[in-house]
Design a protein around this ligand. Structure first.
Ligand code: ADP
Ligand code: MG
Length: 339
């Protein structure tokens, strides 16, 4: 990974501003994104008391050298973009250079990191935004970030945390969602010593689909595949007899980034409109990939939203992808496993 630098002010000012640390799951999201950007193949998440006491994310990625580990907690410190133009070409999950700074301003954070082959790694500690320690440490074979006492200095936000079970279910869904986006990466999630998720690396996307949605549901989903106008769409969609009352099982990824997109959701509804009863929603895991610069990811600070340069092209493509998949499946009841 290129070295970290602080974004110049004019670039920093172009980045969608706002709070990203709302609850433990948002911390997990940012840390897991960093682990993915570091090229990790194993990511382990461990939390205590629903994440209020401790959130620990360990990865086996490229790590940071001592200089980078020093600046990583600064605002606008990123190795992922340099200029405003880069914003249109972002391929990493992160680019804002704000997450570590934001997390460290509302918690006690310890970072241990090292680059492959280095004899020494770095241990850095930041509390409530203040650097409280830095020294050499044995390299952990990647990076470990520990976040303790989240919101200890932000009582107003602490008040909004829900029960540990609720926070755990948010984290669990988040990890499952990231795992769907990155099928070949192993994910683990532990809460207070209890294993909640253990997702071994999938050889194929459908392996991960089965792990996250379960074999029974995956068996009722068909493959989607479509290409055109600089986009590739692929993934899995449920046969029309398998629907839910909500969109809880609809996961859409744009260049591996999980997004919430009213545009894409309405394309899904349109594709299924005459096949499912009103108010019911199909299950879906859809990956949109594009090499081009047709996607703006700098819309919202949490990076959950994207904007397409040409919305209509994307909408039509998604509808066509689903209609074709569903048309092809009309005569068969079988899902991805038995095709
Ligand atoms: P961003 O991800 O938007 O660049 P962050 O505040 O999340 O900003 O991280 C700052 C920088 O610290 C990253 O750009 C990256 O270079 C480095 N970094 C953070 N986490 C890791 C990690 N797990 N492994 C390697 N480098 C990391
Ligand atoms: Mg980041």
């Amino acid at each position: 990974m290129p070295a970290i630098s602080i974004l110049p002010e004019d670039v920093a000012n172009r980045i969608a501003a706002g709070e990203v640390v709302e609850r433990p799951a948002s911390v997990v999201k940012e840390l897991v994104e960093n682990a993915l950007d570091a090229g990790s193949s194993r990511i382990a998440v461990e939390v205590r008391q629903g994440g209020r006491r401790l959130i620990r994310v360990r990865d086996n990625g490229c790590g940071m050298d001592p200089e980078d580990a020093q600046v990583a907690f600064e605002r606008h410190a990123t190795s992922k973009i340099r200029t405003a133009d880069d914003l249109w070409r972002v391929r990493t999950m992160g680019f804002r250079g704000e997450a570590l700074a934001a997390i460290a301003s509302v918690a006690r954070v310890r970072l241990v990191t090292g680059t492959p082959g280095a004899t020494w790694g770095t241990l850095g500690e930041v509390e409530g935004g203040k650097r409280v320690g830095a020294r050499e440490a044995p390299p952990p074979g990647g990076t470990v970030v520990e976040v303790r006492d989240l919101f200890y200095n932000a009582p107003a936000r602490l008040k909004f945390l829900r029960s540990p079970q609720t926070e755990i279910s948010h984290i669990s869904r988040l990890v499952g969602r990231m795992a769907l986006g990155w099928p070949s990466v192993a994910f683990r999630f532990h809460h207070g010593g209890r294993q909640i998720l253990d997702l071994s690396p999938g050889r194929q996307e459908e392996d991960r689909l089965c792990q996250v949605f379960g074999e029974a549901l995956a068996a009722m989903m068909i493959r989607v595949e479509e290409e055109g106008r600089g986009f590739r769409i692929h993934g899995f969609a449920s046969i029309p007899t398998l629907t839910r009352y909500d969109r809880g099982y609809q996961e859409i990824f744009v260049n591996r980034r999980p997004v919430r997109s009213p545009l894409l959701q309405s394309a899904v509804t349109e594709a299924y409109h005459d096949l499912v009863p009103k108010g019911r929603h199909p299950l879906l895991v859809l990956y949109l990939e594009t090499e081009g610069d047709g996607v703006d990811v700098n819309v919202h600070p949490t990076k959950r939203e994207v904007r397409f340069r040409d919305q209509e092209v994307v909408r039509i493509l998604v509808v066509r992808a689903l209609r074709r998949a569903l048309g092809g499946s009309r005569s068969q009841e079988s899902g991805v496993r038995s095709q």
